[in-house]
Design a protein around this ligand. Structure first.
Ligand SMILES: [Zn+2]
Length: 255
């Protein structure tokens, strides 16, 4: 029931944004279901281009934007949360909406905060050969039963499973050693995505990330450097691929 509600919230929010010509893409724990990892998320996280975020917030007013300056959702580390530890941390969204008597959360994020490396989001269904984006009806997605639950809903844009891993590794690399709590969040997400256990869905990140992905999975082929993820991070920083890094010890700034 809860999962159906989150899908309906995601679908309806995406439909409204599309109706206002605002492209959007689903990321986060809910989106992870479509990457082959079943979660019980009660949160919907939609990412929009930075230059459309104000319009997105305006069009989402139907959901009732939370304006409580003391709201838990304005903290990277939520207070007094009884949920699993992985849900204690989250990036603070540009706007958020409590729904279903507070049981569900819809959040809007700037693309520069979450998916900065993606080309600008476009309206319309992703092309079949799009390297990063697809729809839940994509027959190549790993869990047809999960995809099928979206069949009659507004088609929401999602990341392909490999791109979902890419996104999470990039977020980990951006925040690790800078923002301890967000670094922890993305390490929890990577741990959930890992495919080293029998019966889990194999995922294929971009080739450059494969050695780090093997390390996260505890696989150490002869050619894999056990420090691959930290070397990848340093390489990405030097190339400017992580965008604007959070300030060192960013935790204190986001209590
Ligand atoms: Zn709130």
């Amino acid at each position: 029931m809860a999962q159906n509600n989150t899908k309906m919230i995601a679908s309806e929010a995406s439909r409204m944004l599309h109706g206002a010509s605002i492209p959007n893409v689903l990321y986060g724990w809910e989106a992870m279901n479509l990457a082959g990892v079943q979660t019980n998320s009660l949160e919907v996280e939609l990412v929009v281009n930075d230059n459309t975020v104000q319009a997105a917030i305006a069009i989402s007013q139907k959901f009732g934007q939370c304006t409580d300056s003391r709201c838990n959702e304005l903290l990277v580390r939520r207070r007094n949360v009884e949920s699993p530890q992985r849900l204690h941390y989250h990036p603070v969204p540009a706007a958020h909406y409590h729904m279903g008597n507070g049981q569900y959360l819809l959040s809007l994020f700037l693309k520069s905060a979450i998916l900065w490396w993606l080309p600008d989001l476009q309206l319309g269904a992703p092309a079949p050969n799009d390297p990063y984006l697809t729809l839940p009806t994509d027959p190549s997605l790993p869990l047809p039963a999960v995809s099928g639950e979206w069949r009659n809903l507004h088609p929401i844009t999602i990341l392909k499973p490999g791109a979902f891993v890419d996104a999470t590794i990039l977020l980990f690399c951006r925040n690790a050693c800078h923002h301890e709590r967000l670094g922890a969040l993305y390490s929890y997400m990577i741990a959930a995505l890992c495919d080293s256990e029998p019966g889990t869905v194999k995922k294929t990140p971009r080739a450059e990330f494969q050695p780090a992905w093997d390390c996260f999975n505890g696989r150490f082929p002869a050619v894999t450097d056990p420090l691959s993820e930290m070397k990848l991070r340093q390489r990405l920083i030097e190339r400017g691929d992580l965008g604007v890094l959070p300030p060192e010890r960013g935790d204190e700034m986001n209590q």
